[in-house]
Design a protein around this ligand. Structure first.
Ligand code: PFF
Length: 464
C-alpha cells in the first residue's frame, strides 16, 4: 500500500501524543492507583519506574521500530521479515481484538458517571450498591457502551491525520492540566472523622510515595514485581500490535529514540499523577481501609470522596469523569484503529467501510460483555486463583495470558533470530543516536524473555 492510502502522522509531536493517547487510559487512572495502594505505595512506584526504563523501553522500542521499518501492521509485519513467523502477527492481532470487546464497556461506565454528575446524582453515586446495581442492569450499560463506541468509531472513520492526530493533540495537553489541578487540590484536603481523627492530603501523599517495607517477604516482593510488570504491558499498550501500527505511520526522519523516551515519560507521569490525585483523597476521607478497595476504587470509593467534598465535589467529580472518558477514548481509538488498519490491509477495503463493519461487530460483542453481569452471569475460577465474569475472562486471556506469551516470542524472534541490530539500525536510520542501544540488546536477548516466561507461567497457575 502506498503512503497516501496508509495515512500517516504529519509530525513527530502528533505521533507522540497519539501514542501517549493510546498508552494513557483507564490503566493509568484506575488500575495504577489501586495497585499502588495495594502494593505498598512507594515500593511499587520504585519498581514500576525501574521496569518502565528497562522492560517498557525495550518492548516499546521493538514495536515502534518494527512498524516503521516494515511499514506494515502487526498481521503482516512479522511475516514480512521471516515467513515462518507469520503466526506471531496473527497472535498479536488477537489481543486488541479481545480487548476491544470490553474496553468500550468500561468506557460506557465512565460515560454513565459523567451523566450522573451532570444531572446532580453525585449523592446517589456514593451510595453502597449503586455501581453494582448499574452494571447488573440490562439496558443502561449497553446504552452507554454504544454511545462510547459510536464516538470511537467516528474518530477512526475520520482517519489518522484528521481524526486520531488532531483529536490527540487537542485532548492530551488538556488532560495533563486537569490531572495536575486535581492532584494539587487533593493535597490540600483535610478531614476529621467521627472518632476525632484528622487526616490530611499531605499524609496521604506520604503513604503513596514513601516505600513501605512492612511485612515484606520474598514472595510478596515477587507478587508486587509481577503486578508492576503486567500493569506495564497494559499501560504502555505494548505487545498488542498497536504500537506497530502507529510506528508504521511515522515518517522516516523522526527521531524514534526521543519519541520512545517521551512516550515513557508521558505514560508514567500521568499514572503517577493519577495516584497523587486519587490516593490522598481516598486516604483523607476513608483512611487506609478505603485504599484497599481494589478495582472498585474509582467507581465506588471516589464517589464517596466527592460527596464528602460538598458542593465542590459535584463539579470535581464531573471534571474527573470527563477526563477519564477522554483518556479512555484515545485508548479505545488506538485499539479500534489497529483492528481497522489490519483488516483494511487484509481485505483490501476502505477505511470508512471497515470502520463501520468493525464498529457494528463490536456493538454486538461488547453488548454481550455488558450482559455478563446480568443475563450471562457466571463465576469462573481462573488458573491464577481469581474468579471471573465475562469481562474479567477477556481481560485475563488478553493481558495475563496472551501478552506475556507474545512478548516472550517477540523477544526470541528479535533477540535471537532477527538480531537486535536490525532494530538498532532502524532507530539510527534517521541519523539520530540511539543512546540506550547496549541496554536494549541485552534486555531483548537475556532479561526480557526470562521475565516474560515467568509472568506467563504465573498466569497459567503453573508458578504460584
Ligand atoms: N494503555 C491503555 C491504558 O492504560 O488504559 C489501555 C490499552 C490501550 C490497552 C490499548 C490495550 C490497548 F490495546
Amino acid at each position: 500500500m502506498d503512503k497516501k492510502k496508509r495515512g500517516g502522522f504529519s509530525s513527530s509531536i502528533g505521533f507522540v501524543l497519539a501514542a501517549a493517547g493510546s498508552a494513557v487510559g483507564v490503566g493509568n487512572i484506575w488500575r495504577f492507583p489501586y495497585l499502588a495502594a495495594k502494593d505498598g505505595g512507594g515500593l511499587f512506584l520504585l519498581l514500576y519506574l525501574i521496569l518502565v526504563l528497562t522492560f517498557g523501553f525495550t518492548l516499546l522500542t521493538t514495536d515502534i521500530a518494527l512498524g516503521r521499518r516494515t511499514k506494515k501492521n502487526a498481521l503482516k509485519a512479522f511475516g514480512a521479515i521471516r515467513e515462518k513467523w507469520k503466526f506471531l502477527g496473527y497472535l498479536t492481532f488477537l489481543v486488541p481484538a479481545l480487548i476491544m470487546t470490553y474496553y468500550s464497556v468500561i468506557g460506557g461506565w465512565v460515560t454513565k458517571y459523567i451523566v450522573v454528575y451532570l444531572t446532580g446524582g453525585s449523592r446517589a453515586a456514593a451510595e453502597d450498591g449503586y455501581f453494582t446495581s448499574f452494571i447488573t442492569s440490562e439496558v443502561s450499560p449497553v446504552f452507554f457502551m454504544l454511545v462510547f463506541l459510536a464516538l470511537t468509531s467516528f474518530v477512526v472513520y475520520c482517519g489518522v491525520e484528521k481524526g486520531i492526530e488532531r483529536f490527540s493533540k487537542l485532548i492530551m495537553p488538556g488532560l495533563i492540566f486537569l490531572i495536575i489541578g486535581i492532584a494539587l487540590f487533593s493535597l490540600t484536603l483535610s478531614y476529621t472523622d467521627e472518632n476525632g481523627v484528622t487526616r490530611t492530603g499531605l499524609q496521604g501523599a506520604a503513604v503513596y510515595i514513601l516505600p513501605s517495607f512492612d511485612g515484606i517477604t520474598f514472595r510478596r516482593f515477587l507478587g508486587i514485581l509481577l503486578d508492576a510488570m503486567s500493569q506495564l504491558f497494559f499501560s504502555l499498550s505494548v505487545s498488542m500490535g498497536i504500537m506497530i501500527t502507529y510506528g508504521s505511520y511515522v515518517k522516516d526522519d523522526v527521531n524514534l529514540s526521543r519519541s520512545v523516551g517521551q512516550i515513557e515519560i508521558f505514560d508514567t507521569g500521568v499514572a503517577f499523577l493519577a495516584g497523587l490525585m486519587i490516593i490522598p483523597a481516598v486516604f483523607v476521607f476513608s483512611g487506609t481501609e478505603g485504599m484497599a478497595s481494589g478495582p472498585s476504587l474509582m467507581f465506588v470509593s471516589l464517589p464517596k470522596v466527592f460527596v464528602e467534598m460538598g458542593a465542590a465535589g459535584t463539579v470535581i467529580g464531573f471534571v474527573f469523569f470527563v477526563m477519564v472518558a477522554f483518556a479512555a477514548l484515545t485508548s479505545c481509538i488506538s485499539i479500534m484503529e489497529t483492528l481497522v488498519a489490519n483488516c483494511m490491509e487484509l481485505f483490501g477495503q476502505t477505511r470508512k467501510r471497515m470502520s463501520m463493519v468493525i464498529g457494528g461487530i463490536y456493538a454486538v460483542a461488547a453488548a454481550i460483555i455488558c450482559l455478563g453481569y446480568s443475563i450471562f452471569y457466571f463465576e469462573l475460577p481462573l488458573p491464577n486463583g481469581q474468579t471471573a465474569q465475562l469481562l474479567d475472562l477477556m481481560d485475563y486471556i488478553s493481558n495475563s495470558f496472551l501478552m506475556p506469551f507474545i512478548s516472550f516470542l517477540t523477544c526470541i524472534f528479535i533477540g535471537w533470530i532477527v538480531k537486535p541490530q536490525w532494530i538498532i539500525d532502524e532507530m539510527e536510520s534517521s541519523g539520530h543516536t540511539f543512546g540506550r542501544k547496549g541496554l536494549y540488546a541485552f534486555m531483548i536477548r537475556y532479561i526480557a524473555p526470562v521475565m516474560m516466561g515467568v509472568l506467563f507461567l504465573q498466569s497459567t497457575g503453573l508458578l504460584s
